[in-house]
Write a protein that binds this ligand. Structure first.
Ligand code: NAG
Length: 150
């Protein structure tokens, strides 16, 4: 028996329930962000780190630990200078105080003979504590630590 009143009540309860995640919004310095923008450089060196010439056209993926499960949340391709900007737009399950994300680049990279042929270059993602305006809205700025081969 769904009278108009109970239907309305159900609708309101549903709206409240689905609105709850906003209470756990991902915020940087009190500013709610809609994404995380991770930028870094991939260089042609023995480790992928600078100094070295940037490597163009390489896929970098950003993988985060989401409730204990490593999950790919974004990909980007390096530009002519080896710079990539990967955007994470699904922040559900991520906590700014215990962010566990890494940039991963698969080897081999045929355009750089200094790198090993096997393995994965991996670098930790670090929030900078600042925000930027991106096309999707306000995003948290992030950089990467040094690459290591895993
Ligand atoms: C966002 O991430 C959560 C947690 O991993 C997942 O359940 C959900 O399906 C994702 N949403 C989209 C739109 O990918």
């Amino acid at each position: 028996m769904a009278s108009p009143t109970t239907s309305l009540l159900a609708l309101i309860l549903f709206a409240i329930a689905t609105g709850l995640p906003a209470a756990h919004a991902f915020a940087i310095n009190g500013q709610t962000v809609l994404g995380i923008q991770v930028s870094g450089t991939l260089a042609c060196s023995a480790t992928g780190n600078l100094p070295g010439n940037g490597i163009a056209g390489v896929l970098a993926s950003v993988t985060c630990n989401v409730n204990g499960t490593p999950t790919v949340l974004g990909v980007a391709t390096t530009n002519l200078n080896g710079v990539f900007v990967a955007l994470i737009t699904n922040l559900s399950g991520l906590d700014p105080n215990s962010l566990s994300c890494a940039i991963r680049v698969n080897l081999p990279i045929l355009t750089c003979s200094l790198l090993p042929r096997n393995g994965v270059l991996q670098a930790k993602v670090n929030l900078k504590g600042t925000v930027s305006q991106a096309t999707i809205g306000l995003v948290a700025d992030a950089t990467i630590g040094p690459f290591s081969i895993v």
